[in-house]
Design a protein around this ligand. Sequence first.
Ligand code: FAD
Length: 453
Amino acid sequence: TVAVVLFTSDLRLHDNPVLRAALREADEVVPLFVRDDAVHRAGFDAPNRSAFLADCLTGLDAGLRRRGGRLVVRRGEVAAEVRRLAGETGAASVHVAAGVSRYAARREERLRDALAGPGCVLHIHDAVVTALAPGRAVPAGKDHYAVFTPYFRRWKAEGVRGTLAAPRTVRVPDGLVGGPVPDRDAVRNVSPGLARGGEDTGRRLMASWLDGAMADYQDRHDDLAGDATSRLSPHLHFGTVSAAELVRRAREKGGPGGEAFVRQLAWREFHHQVLAARPEASWSDYRPRHDRWRFDEDEITAWKTGRTGYPLVDAAMRQLAHEGWMHNRGRLPAASFLTKTLYVDWRVGARHFLDLLVDGDIANNQLNWQWAAGTGTDTRPNRVLNPVIQGKRFDPRGAYVRRWVPELAELAGASVHEPWKLERRERARLDYPEPVVDLAEARSRFERARGLS
Ligand code: FAD
């Protein structure tokens, strides 16, 4: 018998329940990735993610070939491609990981329709993209947790499934044609400092993280200049590292660093279970509000290009453009600045992040944006992050700002966070913009809009 394995956000051979189930059931498998036209139409195939994806698919193909198999890559509508390939190979089943987004729900629906009728069974596997299946832990009478702390308590108590080894061999039908695996170098407009993708890279990063810097995570994860977080987010997004395996191994290592890291992984799981229950929250307010956002093109451009005149925000936005990645302590003030200080709709920021982030993820990006904007699950939705205070706290020596905003490289220490305090002549010498908005005025505007004053 033959089974199709449809890879989606699980581009790995290790700890992959989808692949293992197919190999258990069938004599031969057809490993398939479809470059779905729907992803392209939604503008979700941004260059940075396309380049990273190309690395992942190249690695997956190489890993399969080492085991006697190969990856089939097709382009088109995912359900139609699956049906065609299942027909061509006489497959009796199709295996795929359950997703949490509306897009994934539609994909599952289309697959169900395409495979309806006798002959081919669809298997959708839970706990592949996340360690715990969304909906597995819910408060009594509800379909998801809306507050992180009780979710975390429950999530911790649930435990994690065992880790599955990578298969030794993968038998594919004779004469199976692979189709061209995309080439990273063919992707244009990629950020110059973009990380490499692929399962081997992800597993090396995971191993060195677990054996090294994770031990200091609780003390260093907020240190912007220290850059001491795992940088595993793109691997978790594409599934080149398994969330379940990572949680299990970080727990085994333990210690304050391991515990703090696992808590952060639980934030990912939390947002996934919110989105699974409320798929419309990808673009609609999770908690509806009725005041109007502002829309000032020049201010939005200043924000996007890292020229707001607020050094921390500008440094963060420039890191995003250069690396396709941004430190969490940069994402928070950058998002707060757009949505609370400039009072611009969070969807504008979320879209821009999705255009650039290599880890750009509907659950994590949209729900973090909503959290920062006060339309989501934040229990203090009216808190406004002051970029100067944030800068002094998380970049006390100013090294992060100096790294990303070379115009300010000569300024010493924390003075880099307040260039407007320099003498006028000195200030004029720096080719750095004046603040795009006055923070106190912006704050009053925010309070008026939210009915707080
Ligand atoms: P680490 O600090 O090493 O954390 C380990 C992992 O935990 C991360 O890889 C991630 O999977 C998870 N994690 C950590 N913090 C969060 C969080 N706040 N919410 C959800 N998961 C978290 N993360 C994404 O993966 N994709 C996104 O598109 C995304 N967009 C964001 C947008 C905004 C406005 C904000 C405030 C945060 C966003 N995050 C997003 C969450 C977080 O900033 C990143 O996951 C983190 O910076 C990735 O770096 P890391 O892997 O080194 O994280």
